[in-house]
Design a protein around this ligand. Structure first.
Ligand code: NAD
Length: 351
């Protein structure tokens, strides 16, 4: 196994692993451990070349530092990428990856991400204890999606409070695009809270089935952004807030679970200029990472404290909105400022 460090400014440790025996070619990036060990998922993609994989792992690990800092998980930011076609997965590959993760001695802790499932992580876990998010019966905290959904609903309430002076979802209209693992559960929770819930999905039958089951309204996916509603929750994919959609949005709030909702940073200001309050994606969708972080507590994972901790998203968003209000910046910038201030406080405490 050939392990070589790649020096990158602003990153604590970036390491490449090449293992001829198993065919593993991977990179782990530890961006920052000021607030704790670097937690972040492992993804596997057929990157065209190592440069592309490096770019991805650097971007994602930095994002995890910010996400964990605002979520107050006591963790830093890291990520790992396995370069290869997911169809070529093997036990030897994930065993080697497990040894690679273990070489960080707990400074990097892994979890699921794109194209990596729990069966893969169970193999990784045979070589290292630094694996989170395994199934409950394997000692992990299980599927994060319901926890992400719960956190998003708490976040919608916090955003309603900021926009309208009351967190009450009753009789508010919420439009959800993407009723998969997270969006589907959010729809159910919002309906329970008395909201009028509109749903759409690329797979219309999925939205229709959910609507019939919970008494929601199914709307066409095409052009859904223009529908009038209090809250628009993008829960399908990234970059849906862009030059094309923002002028057509019919909502007063954007608050959903999808990652990287802003196509570009300037779209955060474009939303503000339209008078739309945006709940920064990485703040509102942190329920899953918060849940997983609870595995690392001395007593191990327990559901009730995890739910309580996820409810902290309310206060985290309130702080973001306060910074945005008092310092006159768009909310996505306010979230970054909150993260940077928490990191700075951590650095000062260590000095
Ligand atoms: P999922 O795959 O279970 O659900 C996504 C849903 O969106 C599916 O129903 C799919 O049909 C629909 N969809 C996909 N592309 C679409 C399109 N172009 N137009 C309309 N609908 C489309 O995924 P998920 O786990 O619910 O995650 C949803 C989003 O939230 C993703 O961006 C994910 O990265 C993000 N996220 C998820 C979690 C989690 O815990 N699962 C945590 C943080 C962020």
């Amino acid at each position: 196994m050939d392990i070589t460090e790649i020096p990158v400014d602003g990153y604590q440790k970036v390491v490449r692993c090449q293992d001829a025996a198993s065919g593993l070619h991977a990179i782990i990036a530890v961006h920052d451990t000021t607030l704790g060990p670097a937690l972040g998922g492992m993804r596997m993609l057929p990157y065209a070349h190592e440069e592309e994989a490096l770019h991805d792992v650097l971007r994602l690990s930095r994002g995890m530092t910010y996400k964990s800092a605002v979520a107050d998980t006591g963790l830093g930011g890291g990520k790992s990428v396995v370069i290869g076609d997911p169809r070529t997965k093997s036990e030897a590959l994930f065993r080697a990856m497990g040894r690679f993760v273990d070489a960080f001695g707990g400074k990097y802790i892994t979890a699921q991400d794109m194209n990596i499932g729990n069966p893969d992580l169970e193999i990784v876990a045979q070589e290292t204890r630094w694996v989170t998010g395994l199934d409950r019966e394997k000692g992990g905290s299980g599927n994060p999606s319901p926890y992400t959904a719960y956190g998003c609903v708490i976040g919608i309430e916090a955003t309603l409070q900021e926009a309208f002076g009351s967190p009450d979802c009753k009789d508010r209209t919420v439009l959800i695009q993407g009723v998969g693992a997270v969006g589907g559960r959010m729809a159910e929770l919002l309906k329970e809270r008395g909201a009028r819930v509109l749903v759409c999905d690329l797979f219309e039958e999925r939205a229709q089935e959910l609507a019939a089951r919970f008494g929601l309204e199914c709307v066409p996916d095409a052009g859904h952004e223009a529908l009038e509603c209090d809250v628009y929750a993008p829960c399908a994919r990234g970059a849906t807030l862009n030059d094309d959609t923002i002028p057509r949005l019919g909502c007063k709030i954007v608050a959903g679970c999808a990652n990287n909702q802003l196509a570009d940073a300037h779209h955060g200001a474009a939303l503000r200029d339209r008078g739309i309050l945006y709940a920064p994606d990485y703040v509102i969708n942190a329920g899953g990472i918060i849940n997983v972080s609870m595995e690392l507590l001395p007593g191990g994972y327990a559901d009730e404290p995890a739910m309580k901790k996820i409810e902290g998203i309310r206060d985290n968003l309130a702080q973001v909105y306060e910074i945005a209000r008092t310092e006159g910046v768009p909310t996505h910038e306010a979230a970054d400022l909150l993260a940077e201030r928490r990191l700075e406080a951590g650095r000062s405490a260590q000095a």
